[in-house]
Ligand binder design. Structure first.
Ligand code: NAD
Ligand code: DAU
Length: 345
């Protein structure tokens, strides 16, 4: 099996590449990544010598480059992780989110159609990695409400709107052109190689430096956290056994308020809560996300394996042991972003 994984130098994509090479050692995995600020070649160092792995530095929006690669490699499955992924950045500058997340998806699916329409085509599946943020948010005082696959799309940020736009296009390509597609909508991931701009790594790294921990608003916003390997396992099941044309929600019934996560990280690192600083809230900040994973659980037998208490400890220890991975990021262009984001708060 030949699989193109886009965005494989980022957080979830790289974990997926590792998972696939380990679980399916006979598959050929091609990673297509533009290496934006969020992509990191040092993440992929452990697999660069694997003969079943190839890295290609290209932009998913570059039609000629994508068509050329697909002609050359004839992938049977394409899994699209490539995206601008950070909500705060989308509020500052939405344009690139629309370009990469929507138009890039179109280019990839057009290239898949080209493969699908060939004589004796072996093309099997285009899988879109989406997010629970397309459903908008839920109130804090209705714990009975969860996102299901039929919850209407109702986005809040430029990021979530771009992901929702892509999802609609994916479904349109299925209905209009018969492209065999699936979509997964996952809740917040955490684990190794998570870029330091996101809540959990940011708090771990700032706590290690005894720097302030910026908590947005009242800190009571809730996210439904899933260990990244569990997400990778869910996608593996969907691309092999998921039904074409279907959406699968992925989440672990693990709702946590931001402030509780921040306090847990401080306790684990033996740092004082006086490091916490409540700062200006994110514009349009979604209050609560919560996934109902019944469909993927019943149809595909998926359920999360890592408990949050274990996963967060593993993650904190990974950051303690892998400063060589995150220090160059902190020292690089990220520094300017961080100063710009937090100096005004
Ligand atoms: P990330 O920002 O860590 O990585 C994104 C990767 O995509 C980077 O390697 C980057 O270089 C690459 N990329 C960006 N633009 C590109 C382009 N034009 N062409 C080729 N490559 C490009 O993101 P992540 O957190 O790993 O998220 C991966 C996917 O999963 C995204 O589609 C995101 O919307 C979705 N998702 C993320 C989460 C989460 O909690 N992080 C949850 C649900 C869904
Ligand atoms: O739900 C899935 C989504 O999860 C993915 O689609 C996105 O790609 C991913 O980035 C993530 O989005 P969030 O906005 O939920 O993640 P983030 O880590 O940016 O923020 C998590 C929560 O923590 C959110 O309520 C905002 C808050 N926060 C975040 C940062 C960076 C803070 O309080 N302080 C911070 O400094």
């Amino acid at each position: 099996m030949v699989i193109v994984v886009t965005g494989g130098a980022g957080f979830i994509g790289s974990n997926f590449v590792f998972h696939m090479l380990k679980e399916h050692p006979d598959y050929r995995i091609i990673c297509l990544d533009k290496l934006t600020y969020a992509g990191n070649m040092s993440t992929l160092a452990p697999v660069m010598d694997n003969p079943n792995f190839r890295f290609v530095k290209e932009d998913i929006c570059d039609r000629d480059a994508v068509f050329k690669l697909f002609e050359e490699e004839q992938p049977e499955i394409v899994v699209n992780f490539a995206a601008e992924s950070h909500v705060d950045r989308s509020i500052e500058d939405p344009g690139i989110f629309l370009t990469t997340n929507i138009l890039g998806t179109q280019v990839l699916m057009d290239a898949c159609r080209m493969l699908m329409n060939k004589e004796n085509s072996t093309f099997k599946r285009y899988h879109q990695v989406s997010t629970d943020e397309v459903y908008g948010d839920l109130p804090l005082d209705r714990p009975d409400l969860l996102f299901t696959e039929t919850t209407p799309i109702h986005t809040s940020s430029p990021y979530s709107s771009s992901k929702a736009g892509a999802d609609l296009l994916v479904m349109a390509y299925n209905r209009t052109y018969g492209l065999p597609v699936t979509i997964s909508r996952c809740s917040n991931n955490y684990g190794p190689y998570h870029f330091p701009e996101k809540l959990i790594p940011l708090m771990i790294i700032n706590a290690l430096h005894d720097e302030m921990l910026p908590v947005y608003g009242d800190g009571l916003n809730v996210r439904d956290w899933l260990y990244v390997e569990d997400h990778c396992k869910a996608i593996d099941k969907i691309i092999h056994n998921g039904r074409v044309g279907e959406v699968y929600n992925v989440g672990g019934h693990n709702e946590m308020a931001n402030i509780d996560i921040v306090k847990l990280i401080l306790a684990e690192l033996g740092k004082p809560e006086s490091l916490i600083k409540y700062v200006e809230d994110r514009h349009g900040h979604d209050r609560r996300y919560a996934i109902d994973p019944t469909k993927i659980s019943q149809e595909l037998g998926w359920s999360p394996e890592t408990k949050f208490a274990d996963g967060i400890k593993k993650t904190i220890h990974w950051y303690l042991e892998n400063q060589a991975w995150w220090q160059p990021i902190i020292d690089g262009e990220y520094q300017d972003y961080y100063e710009k984001m937090y100096s005004k708060k």
